[in-house]
Design a protein around this ligand. Structure first.
Ligand code: F3S
Length: 283
């Protein structure tokens, strides 16, 4: 039986940078270290950072009374308001927002300034989307799915610029765009799904299409991992979604020829290695 691990599994460039930034601060520790929200959606990594003294704050008000420290902004960014409030605290701010997310902030800011209404395709409550929305200075709408696009009823005389959450499912983004187009909205589309996501999803889809069993490793809170699971499950009936090897209750059907493994952007390499080794040695 063959075991294939996706090349584009695990930490993406933005997550690597953000996590490394926090570890660098720990190593040169001179002061208190805070991250604005969990640095990534992975309980194991966040737990390790906490054990090394890093505190997670959820709001700028959590820093009240703190006179000394460094705050690292996570890879999917924060709202414009939170960013300004953080600056006002006088603490040192290290912005580890991924450049691909920053690019969306810039697009939304510029397009709003031109008078365009903004449509963000993504999950409304995801911090990345909350951040993107905050950069609009005019009307802004969040469309979470093709189903939601079908019931989107706004002024068709207006011009819209559409962007997407970096980790959105690219097939669903295309479907959403087509629906808005067919309804006659005047839309300028900027596909801001990041390359790392695109490559990861395409590769996962390809492997799942020929695998008898597929394993997706990721945190249940990680939106990109959940989307990866959806994509794989649509192609392979036996798709498992696990956070670590401990969750894996693997059953391999007789005659299975291929087991595929992929992982979300917030899954550390050692967990992927562990799962891969387990499958290779036990089946
Ligand atoms: Fe950045 Fe893409 Fe990762 S936007 S944080 S490189 S998934």
């Amino acid at each position: 039986m063959e075991v294939v691990v996706a090349e584009h599994a695990g930490f993406c460039f933005g997550v690597t940078k953000a996590v490394e930034t926090v570890y660098e601060q720990i190593n040169s520790k001179k002061t208190n270290i805070y991250t604005f929200g969990p640095i990534i959606h992975n309980q194991i990594v966040v737990g390790d950072l906490e054990s090394k003294g890093v505190k997670v704050i959820e709001n700028v008000s959590d820093l009240e009374g703190v006179n000394e420290g460094i705050v690292v902004i996570r890879s999917h960014g924060v709202t414009k308001e939170s960013y300004s409030a953080l600056k006002e605290t006088g603490l040192e701010i290290i912005d580890a927002t991924c450049p691909f997310v920053k690019r969306i902030h810039k697009i939304v800011d510029e397009e709003s300034a031109k008078g365009k209404s903004i449509i963000v395709v993504g999950s409304k409550t995801h911090p990345e989307v909350e951040g993107i929305v905050s950069y609009a200075t005019g009307p802004v709408y969040v469309v979470e799915s093709p189903e939601m696009a079908r019931s989107f009823r706004e002024d068709k005389a207006k011009d819209y610029t559409v962007v997407s959450q970096t980790t959105f499912n690219k097939n669903k983004f295309q479907e959403t765009i087509e629906i808005l187009n067919n309804y006659g909205y005047n839309i300028n589309i900027v596909n801001t799904i990041c390359n790392a996501t695109d490559e990861r999803q395409s590769e996962a889809q390809e492997i799942a299409g020929r695998a008898d069993v597929m394993i997706v490793i990721g945190d249940a809170h990680s939106s990109n991992s959940r989307k990866l699971y959806e994509i794989c499950a649509a192609k392979c009936d036996r798709t498992y979604f696990i956070q670590t090897l401990d969750d894996l209750e693997l059953e391999i059907p007789d005659g299975a020829k291929l087991v595929g493994i992929t992982a979300g952007a917030s899954t550390p390499k050692n967990i992927i290695e562990e799962v891969q080794k387990h499958v290779r040695t036990n089946f």
